[in-house]
Design a protein around this ligand. Structure first.
Ligand code: ES4
Ligand code: ZN
Length: 326
């Protein structure tokens, strides 16, 4: 169809992708083997067959297990380069990459292995394909605020590499208020902030991420659809939502893509964007996400263009860099 061509060819920015969630089973087996780590799955097909989730936590358990084979700078380089190659193929010209420092430092992998590998791949992709990037460390919300503070302080030695800090992992039982202090520290040091909110948790978490954590963007935010007053507020203050359709379907945040609130968010004039979240686990990169919602929600060509324009509008590119794209 003609819309497939539009989706594939229009320049896009990705604003919500966890680099550990781009770990394809084939690469996971390759790296496990060279690092002498035995996976509990016999084959790539065996592993891929395990990718069926009833909720966020079931996914996170597999996602953290997969990340355990990542040890060396080369591992993080290979992981990131494989993702950036997809970006190049899919006309994703700018990407803002999340990573989870605590997932790695907690098991003794040095921060520098993580950051040097990711960064070198980004530099190479910029030189080779002109892809621009931002790096956004995320704090794990199932761990304590103390641990987030410790991680933040350690990360500051690489601070000039980071644009913003985020908050991810289990939303239930770990509301935004738990991280008020560390987010205050992050903002005091001059960084922007983002947070996962209103994915599995209630619309109130979106209010709290805005008012307590003073975020510049909300990651997911789809539960905002339950709160008419919040929808008005998001539109009025132009608070971007980084929506991840295939993620929402795979984690049963929505039961059917036809029930996805994206179209209603757009019609409410909210700055919604499309993103892949953890594409290796959720069955598709950027263009598959665009495709899936376009079909299920009957998006128009204008909707698709709006989503692409929103992705740059909501990005952390400078105004000058943004002008190149819209
Ligand atoms: C995540 Cl889909 C999702 N939600 C919360 N935290 C995450 N970390 C990686 N993917
Ligand atoms: Zn996410």
């Amino acid at each position: 169809r003609e819309q497939v061509e539009l989706i594939n060819s229009i320049p896009k920015a990705e604003l919500h992708v966890h680099i550990e969630g781009t770990f394809e089973p084939e690469l996971m087996f390759t790296i496990a083997e060279r690092n002498d780590i035995r996976l509990k799955y016999k084959s790539v097909d065996d592993l891929r067959a395990a990718y069926q989730f009833n909720n966020l936590q079931e996914f996170l358990d597999l996602y953290y297990a997969g990340a355990y084979v990542l040890l060396y700078e080369q591992d993080f380089y290979d992981l990131t380069m494989a993702y950036l190659k997809k970006c190049h193929e899919e006309k994703v010209v700018h990407t803002e990459i999340f990573f989870d420092p605590q997932t790695h430092t907690q098991r003794g992998v040095p921060f520098k292995n993580v950051i040097n590998g990711i960064l070198q791949a980004c530099i190479d992709a910029r030189n080779e394909w002109g892809i621009t990037y931002r790096l956004i460390p995320n704090f794990l919300r199932h761990l304590s605020e103390e641990d987030a503070i410790k991680t933040f302080k350690e990360s500051l030695q690489y601070g000039e590499l980071f644009t913003a800090y985020g908050l991810d992992s289990s939303e239930k039982g770990h509301p935004p208020a738990k991280f008020k202090k560390v987010f205050e520290m992050v903002r005091t040091e001059g960084f922007l902030t983002v947070a996962h909110a209103g994915e599995e948790g209630p619309a109130q978490n979106v209010w709290d991420a805005i008012e307590l954590l003073k975020v510049a963007r909300i990651d997911h935010g789809v539960r905002s659809i339950d709160d008419a007053e919040l929808l008005d507020k998001l539109a009025r203050i132009e608070m971007p939502l980084t929506v991840c359709p295939l993620s929402n379907l795979k984690l049963k945040v929505v039961n059917d893509m036809a029930d996805h609130p994206l179209k209603k968010l757009l019609d409410h004039n909210i700055v919604a964007t499309i993103n892949s979240d953890d594409p290796a686990y959720f069955g598709g990169y950027m263009n598959a996400n665009f495709q899936s919602v376009t079909e299920a929600l009957d998006l128009t060509n204008d909707d698709i263009v709006t989503l692409a324009v929103n992705s740059f509008k909501a990005s952390f590119l400078s105004d000058e860099e943004k002008q190149k794209w819209f």
